[in-house]
Design a protein around this ligand. Structure first.
Ligand code: NAD
Length: 266
């Protein structure tokens, strides 16, 4: 499997280079980043701290060689550019980027309509299992269990709540057979009034170098059930993304998520 990593000088990009190099059968053939980024020309392996791989970071997509899959953890704008590149070359794409607005999302889906794609807000196997457990819990625990979702991330994260917190909200809402957007409460301030039954509340912390923490809580007058996930190393997302790329190489055109990759099918 020939792999291109976009955003290869970013926090996740470097992990993806490392995970690609570590996976048997995968080969890093290209690495790109934002036009004019300061590290253009550097060896992607050196940036990832694993020694030179002979793949230089480019900011010109035309410099990239043929590949089977492009893995993108960049920004919505970057991802859209990389999607157009992928679609024009009949490649597959694994998307980890979050923070798309509805219009960007629609453009992304249109652009990749004929490509095999995995897109997931979180590539950790543990988080995907947690999503499955949350849906099950929501089926069993009726709306008299107040549902709350908490997430915490490092201070550089630009979107909130995290894509994973929203995915947890959707799993919870699906278990209750409601629409998340009808049930969600994204902020509370001032005289909010008492909690309304059936709502799904979100709370967010940003600080330091927290890799990612997510917790779904089901709270009744008598007990509290918590489904909690803590990521301690970004490599967990990169390994999951490589697993998705490997799985995708056997799939036809279509839009998949990590539940499909893991056979969990929430
Ligand atoms: P980062 O800022 O460290 O890295 C982003 C990289 O993308 C940078 O190198 C940047 O130069 C590059 N980039 C940005 N815009 C670009 C453009 N227009 N063209 C080309 N390159 C561009 O950020 P990060 O922490 O690595 O996170 C990147 C994205 O991945 C975010 O959206 C984040 O939420 C997401 N993320 C997803 C998961 C998951 O499992 N799905 C896990 C971690 C992070």
């Amino acid at each position: 499997m020939r792999v291109i990593i976009s955003g290869a000088s970013g926090r996740m990009g470097r992990m993806l280079v490392k995970a690609t190099d570590a996976l048997e059968g995968a080969e890093l053939v290209g690495a790109c980043d934002r036009v004019g980024a300061s590290l253009i020309g550097a060896d992607a392996g050196n940036l990832a701290g694993i020694g030179a791989l002979g793949v230089s970071l480019t900011d010109d997509l035309n410099d990239l060689p043929e590949a089977d899959v492009l893995i993108d953890f960049t920004s919505p704008e970057g991802c859209l550019e990389h999607a157009a590149f992928v679609a024009g070359r009949g490649m597959a794409m694994v998307i980890g980027t979050t923070g798309f607005d509805p219009e960007q999302m629609a453009t992304l889906k249109r652009t990749l309509a004929d490509s095999p794609v995995v897109m997931a807000a979180n590539y950790s196997v543990g988080v995907n299992l947690a999503l499955n457990l949350i849906q099950q819990a929501a089926q069993v625990l009726a709306a008299d269990y107040d549902a709350e979702i908490f997430e915490a991330h490092h201070k550089h994260k630009v979107d909130a709540p995290s894509g994973t917190a929203l995915a947890m909200g959707r799993a919870l809402a699906a278990g209750r057979n409601v629409d998340l957007m009808d049930a969600a409460v994204f902020s509370r301030e001032g005289i909010t009034g008492a909690r309304e039954e059936g709502k799904i509340g979100f709370s967010v912390v940003r600080g330091g170098n927290i890799v990612g923490e997510h917790k779904a809580m089901f709270i009744s007058d008598e007990e509290r059930i918590e489904i909690n996930h803590v990521a301690s190393d970004r490599l967990v997302f990169a390994k999951g993304a490589l697993r998705a790329a490997d799985w995708l190489s056997q799939q036809k055109q279509g839009w998949y998520d990590m539940q499909d990759v893991l056979g969990l099918n929430v």
